[in-house]
Design a protein around this ligand. Structure first.
Ligand code: ZN
Length: 208
């Protein structure tokens, strides 16, 4: 877990540097389109990098996002209105959640299946992405690109900071859907941050 945060921290530098670059990289324009919201995107990435405390949306003190590992039933239960939700049950739905954020709080629930996926992609021997690029389709709607602990964490941390910044929570997952979002929504969709930083961890990416 600590290793995943360390590796994510290093990886984020690539995205922050790239989003500052006026050369308009293929990765940036693929996942965020034009540079209208580049300042916003950079702020979310920089917040994820520093873990700065912000107001998560409910009355209370500013907080940094906090990961909590939920490993058994009854460990963490949240009351919403009349209903009591067990966070372990949310983890074990099919397909299992690797992690999710409790919107409006600073808690990121890390589920048991999180530990079944690799921490980060292994360095490849070539610059090519492991995707099938024909017909504008990635294999497994892009999951092969981002089903790693570091991108799961980045997805949830992006939710935290985009919610704090704009009180929105978008969850478009499929890479083709993410690609077709306009600049405003893509800058607020957690998965676009994961795809963007994942694509920057390779050397370059054209349009899918
Ligand atoms: Zn999400």
């Amino acid at each position: 877990m600590v290793g995943a945060f360390d590796t994510l921290h290093e990886t984020l530098k690539l995205g922050i540097g790239d989003s500052t670059d006026s050369s308009r990289s293929g990765a940036y324009t693929t996942f965020f389109k034009d540079y209208t919201y580049a300042g916003y995107v950079r702020r979310i990435l920089t917040n994820a990098f520093t873990g700065i405390a912000v107001q998560p949306g409910m009355p209370g003190n500013p907080a940094s996002p906090q990961a909590i590992c939920v490993s058994s039933p009854g460990q963490l239960q949240i009351r919403r209105g009349e209903n009591l939700f067990d966070m372990h049950i949310e983890c074990t739905k099919r397909p299992p959640n690797h992690a999710y954020i409790l919107t409006g709080t600073s808690l990121i629930v890390v589920c048991p299946s999180f530990f079944d996926i690799p921490m980060a992609p292994a360095p490849g021997s070539s610059d090519c992405l492991p995707v099938i690029g024909f017909l504008n389709r990635f294999s497994e709607p892009g999951r092969r690109l981002i089903e790693y602990q570091i991108y799961v964490l980045l997805h949830e941390i992006s939710h935290y900071y985009t919610y704090a910044a704009s009180q929105t929570r978008f969850d478009h997952y499929d890479i083709n859907t993410c690609f077709h979002l306009g600049p405003l929504i893509s800058s607020q969709n957690a998965q676009n941050y994961a795809f963007y930083v994942a694509s920057k961890s390779f050397l370059s990416l054209g349009k899918p």
